[in-house]
Structures are given as structure tokens and as C-alpha cells.
Design a protein around this ligand. Structure first.
Ligand SMILES: CC(C)(COP(=O)(O)OP(=O)(O)OC[C@H]1O[C@@H](n2cnc3c(N)ncnc32)[C@H](O)[C@@H]1OP(=O)(O)O)[C@@H](O)C(=O)NCCC(=O)NCCS
Length: 154
């Protein structure tokens, strides 16, 4: 596999680690968000700010819980968050999610983020981030409430 060509930028990195490049997006997870980061989302190095990525992952991670919980809910924990590769301005980001646990009032999802360097390369998808987050169904007083498991669709 040829290495993708990434144009120089203030945050120029070595070539992406080949082990993070895949030719196909996941088929066993649901596509929950697609977005292209803008220059305003950059850090001082010229790469995309990690906090921006975290916010998108929280939004993406909330999609499957929103469908299952059918009401108010809140993020209670980010159990794991790994930035595997930098995200660049203009990357086409695809967020995939899967429910990994449904508890009494909470559910945990895995989120994987893949980047297509559409401005500089036509090759493959680069896994840039993976995370695990837990959301809790809450009532009108902000207290945990049971999740109706039978209504869940993944
Ligand atoms: C979400 C919230 C209502 C939970 O209240 P709580 O008193 O901690 O509730 P509980 O201890 O009964 O836990 C409720 C569920 O959350 C899970 N949970 C609580 N803390 C957790 C943690 N650190 N990691 C993973 N799961 C956790 C519990 O295991 C439980 O799940 P289960 O019922 O499926 O077994 C409360 O913590 C809260 O309001 N947090 C702020 C949420 C928020 O504002 N999020 C946005 C951040 S900007």
C-alpha cells in the first residue's frame, strides 16, 4: 500500500502509521455523524484541537442512546478516549458507534472516528480517534431513571 501524501502544514507530521489506514469503513457499527473540521477548530500547531474532536465524539456518541432512551439523558463518563492520529482541516470525518452495554439507567457506547484526507489523498480511511462513553437516562429532576431495554435498537 502506498503511503498517503499529506501536504505540509504548520503541524506537519510524519506519514500516518500504516496500521491505522483501512480501505473500508466499519460495517458492524452505525454511521452517526459526518463532519469536516474548519480552520477555526485548529490548535496552535495547525492541527484540529482535541477538545473540538471530543465535543463531536460526545455528540456522535449520544445518537444511539437518544434513540434507546427516548427522553432526557446526560453524559456521565468518558471511560476511554484515544487520539490515534491528528485530524487536519478539511478531513472528511466519519463517526461510527455501537452500543457495548445497557445497564439499569445507563448505557455505554463505543465511538470510532475515521478521516478521509480528501484534500490531499485519495487513499483509504485513517482511524484517528476511538472512545467509550456512558450516558444516563434522567427524569425531569435530573435523577437517573430506568431504560426500557426492549425499545433499544442498535
Ligand atoms: C448523570 C447523573 C444524574 C447520575 O447521577 P448519580 O447519582 O451518579 O447516579 P447513580 O450513581 O445512581 O448512577 C447512575 C448510572 O450511571 C452509572 N455511572 C455513574 N457514574 C459512572 C461513571 N463514573 N462511569 C460509568 N458509569 C457511571 C452507574 O453505574 C449507573 O448505571 P446503571 O443504573 O446502568 O447501573 C449525575 O451524575 C449528573 O447529573 N451528572 C452530570 C451530567 C452532566 O451534566 N453531563 C454533561 C457534562 S457537561
Amino acid at each position: 500500500m502506498n503511503s498517503p501524501e499529506i501536504s505540509p502544514s504548520p503541524g506537519q507530521d510524519a506519514k500516518p502509521n500504516a496500521s491505522y489506514i483501512v480501505t473500508q469503513l466499519p460495517t458492524d457499527q452505525e454511521l452517526v455523524l459526518k463532519v469536516i473540521p474548519m480552520p477555526a477548530d485548529c490548535n496552535a500547531n495547525g492541527d484540529i484541537f482535541g477538545g473540538w474532536v471530543m465535543a463531536q465524539v460526545d455528540l456522535a456518541g449520544s445518537v444511539l442512546p437518544a434513540r434507546a432512551v427516548r427522553g432526557r439523558f446526560a453524559t456521565v463518563a468518558v471511560n476511554q478516549f484515544v487520539f490515534k492520529q491528528p485530524v487536519k482541516v478539511g478531513d472528511l470525518l466519519s463517526f461510527f458507534s455501537k452500543v457495548t452495554r445497557i445497564g439499569h439507567t445507563s448505557m455505554t457506547v463505543r465511538v470510532e472516528v475515521y478521516a478521509e484526507r480528501i484534500r490531499t489523498s485519495s487513499e483509504g480511511f485513517l482511524k484517528v480517534t476511538e472512545a467509550s462513553l456512558t450516558y444516563v437516562a434522567i427524569d425531569e429532576f435530573g435523577k437517573p431513571r430506568p431504560i426500557q431495554k426492549l425499545e433499544h435498537k442498535s
